[in-house]
Design a protein around this ligand. Sequence first.
Ligand code: AMP
Ligand code: MG
Length: 318
Amino acid sequence: METEVLAGDAAGIARAAALLRAGRLVAFPTETVYGLGGLASDPAAVAAIYAAKGRPQFNPLIAHVASVAAARSLGRFDTRAEALAAAFWPGPLTLVLDRLLGAPVADLLSAGLPTVAIRVPAHDLARALLKQVGAAVAAPSANPSGKVSPTTAAHVREGLGGRIDAVLDGGPCAVGVESTILSLVSDGPVRLLRPGGVPVEAIESVLGAPVVLGPDEARPTAPGQLASHYAPRAQVVLEAAMRPEGALWLGFGPGCDGAEINLSETSDPVEAAARLFAALRTLDARAAPEQVIAVAPVPDTGLGRAINDRLRRAAAPR
Ligand code: AMP
Ligand code: MG
């Protein structure tokens, strides 16, 4: 695919918004770094983000929205979240909140967590774009996994040219460091998950209370932190090339006739990633007590690596 470079003017913004609404990937500037945007409600677009970045794991992504009002439709705001949003949005602060039931974001965006990370960026182009899209946009840094975050459109093209539909050119980013990430879930203390553009001292002065540095070790927030975290209730077994007696079978690829659900009839790992979390949820709800979910082998290539990482965690002994 040819990556279009869109000028940061009204026509470029309109084109970028149309591409995003159609489920395509568009990199755009924020005040921190360039983000790789995809429609947060569209599991295929979110899967395509992971594929373009070549991430070996499904790290949860941040949902970018145009306004506090839009943010309130995704996560549960308590008085602390309201105060932080009023003080620092738009700006380089990300809030991890309990996800509202029916929030219009794909399970894959949160990598299966019951929370959602939200930010209202301050960059004029980003705000204009998000307003025109009219929906939340997932946007991790627009670089291949493990590479330095991009602060110009040229960096984005170097890293992802040919792998995304377009980049909206807004010149160099001003902050160049990533957003500060705070967790405010389940009425627990406010926790700093990542230092960034908004200093902790400024946050503490708005809250009038100290911020706990680091995640809750007892309740990990990132899927990589514990082998069996966020596993389905039912036992999961892997590498099931055929249906084991009595099991619910989750297929992958053509030879899986009779599978309850097939992650991808055509062995497409991006399609499989888009369906993975919903499929696990559906089968988990359907499983009788003691009934096992058996998953067909998924090749360990491309997004298959991230899928297998997630499946191994779901199948880990607990
Ligand atoms: P990036 O988009 O590259 O700036 O990275 C996003 C960061 O946000 C990652 O480090 C994630 O672990 C973190 N994050 C996103 N969503 C959540 C969530 N629901 N819970 C905890 N951390 C999150
Ligand atoms: Mg990054």
